[in-house]
Design a protein around this ligand. Structure first.
Ligand SMILES: C[S@@+](CC[C@H](N)C(=O)[O-])C[C@H]1O[C@@H](n2cnc3c(N)ncnc32)[C@H](O)[C@@H]1O
Length: 421
């Protein structure tokens, strides 16, 4: 989806690459299978290709643009932005210090490090993390601070680098400590959730975060086991999950039986669904007018969260109606932004609430939002702004991309754009 990300951020397409339309059309053809499916895939992908091509043909970004990569990872997307737009600069965040070190070496080897400023931190805090660079601190090696943000990206979840690093405990293959934290200075890890949540909270977590059908049985197995000794490793957890799922079901399934449990724990440990909701709002607030936020997700719950958050930011409810954007929250009901995950977790009175449609919109029409208060002197702030949805349907990868990178199979791209009211 790198091409689509670049197109939706409105950089030029990567030099020398096939046009988005060609890729979109070409890969749906000539594959074995039913012709109707190929035709429907062709139509769907043609549409997504056209949309991306149209996006790339829209306003060209200015030469010295500044982009925010909210999730640097191993710098794949940052590199694509730098290559697509040879004079742009990138400010890149990641919660994971070790991934950032890897990215630093990669960017240096590619001779582009001087155009990138890396800041270890959570994209939810984009406004405060960016503040020094707006005021006086230069971005990149060219001695200039930022005056505006021309686009932002969130590529949600974990990177291949993190999954294949056994010590992180993100993979259900092999045996590693139950960790799963992106930021390894964070207090709570998967070990704490697995060993300290009540049976019903564990069940809720598995069911709500990844729709795990066997949530009750898995939770019961976990709590039965920890009466005798704590569950310390991914291998021990996998055995308990396997024992909870009937053998016939396991044999028929194409995915590993621990897939959903591991994903649910990872989402919870890193507070990822709330991060998407709050991060989309924070990054929207720091964008300049006409700039876009692009988000890539890899699971239905993440995509649903982004879809809902974008609809709220655009002032619409789930059914597409204009919402009563200033309605009062019922007394006693926590706002998503006010949930203090760290406090909640340290006592493990863990909140399983997820972002919903009915959470109060906090986007454009309220310039005193997180970013505006910090960056009130910068373009796009101090003025009333709104967000409009660019992708009415999510953009999905082409068959060719999936063939090259099977992990991209479930990827969905959504984009939103800022405007002045
Ligand atoms: C899918 S990977 C990004 C891969 C990257 N786009 C690339 O091309 O290499 C997601 C990265 O985001 C980081 N991450 C996850 N949640 C984050 C958050 N709330 N703030 C900052 N970084 C986050 C993870 O540590 C991980 O390195």
């Amino acid at each position: 989806m790198v091409n689509e990300v670049i197109a939706y951020l409105r950089c030029r397409s990567l030099a020398g690459e096939t046009s988005l339309d060609d890729v979109a059309l070409g890969d749906a053809v000539g594959k074995p299978g039913n012709e109707q499916a190929v035709e429907s895939s062709r139509r769907k992908r043609h549409k997504s290709g056209q949309a991306a091509a149209a996006a790339s043909n829209a306003i060209e970004v200015k030469p010295d643009a500044v982009f925010v990569d909210g999730t640097l990872g191993t710098a794949g997307h940052t590199l694509a932005m730098l290559r697509a737009h040879p004079t742009c600069r990138v400010v890149a965040f990641d919660r994971d210090a070790e991934s950032m070190e890897f990215a630093r070496r990669r960017l240096a080897a590619e001779n582009v490090a001087e155009r990138v400023t890396m800041v270890q931190g959570d994209f939810r805090h984009a406004a405060s993390l960016l503040q020094p660079y707006f005021e006086n601190r230069k971005v990149g090696a060219d001695g200039r601070p930022i005056t505006r943000i021309d686009g932002a990206l969130i590529d949600a979840g974990m990177s291949l680098y993190q999954v294949t690093w056994p010590e992180r405990g993100l993979s259900f293959r092999g045996d590693a400590p139950l960790d799963m934290r992106y930021d390894r200075t964070q207090e709570i890890s998967a070990f704490d959730l697995v060993n300290r949540l009540s049976t019903s909270d564990l069940e809720d977590l598995l069911f709500k975060f990844t729709d795990e059908r066997w949530a009750r049985r898995i939770a019961a197995n976990i709590t039965a086991q920890r009466h005798s000794s704590p569950i310390r490793t991914t291998g021990e957890l996998v055995s308990l999950i396997e024992a909870a799922i009937p053998i016939g079901v396991r044999r028929q399934s194409r995915v590993h039986p621990a897939t959903k449990t591991f994903a649910a724990l990872r989402l919870a440990v890193n507070d990822e669904l709330w991060a998407l909701d709050q991060g989309a709002r924070a990054l929207s607030s720091v964008l300049a007018t006409t700039a876009r936020l692009v988000i890539l997700t890899y699971s239905s719950n993440e995509d649903r969260t982004v879809k809902r958050t974008f609809r709220r930011l655009a002032g619409r409810t789930e059914d597409g109606n204009i919402s009563r954007s200033h309605r009062k929250r019922k007394p006693g009901r926590p706002s998503p932004g006010s949930w203090d995950s760290r406090t909640a977790r340290s006592s493990l009175t863990f909140s399983l609430a997820l972002p919903t449609d009915s959470d109060e919109p906090t986007g454009g029409v309220q310039p005193e939002g997180e970013g505006a208060s910090v960056l009130s002197g910068t373009p796009g702030f101090g003025t009333t702004w709104g967000m409009k949805i660019v992708t009415s349907k999510p953009v999905v990868p082409t068959d060719e991309e999936i063939a090259n990178n099977p992990l991209a199979r479930s990827c969905k791209l959504r984009a939103i754009e800022k405007y002045l009211i």
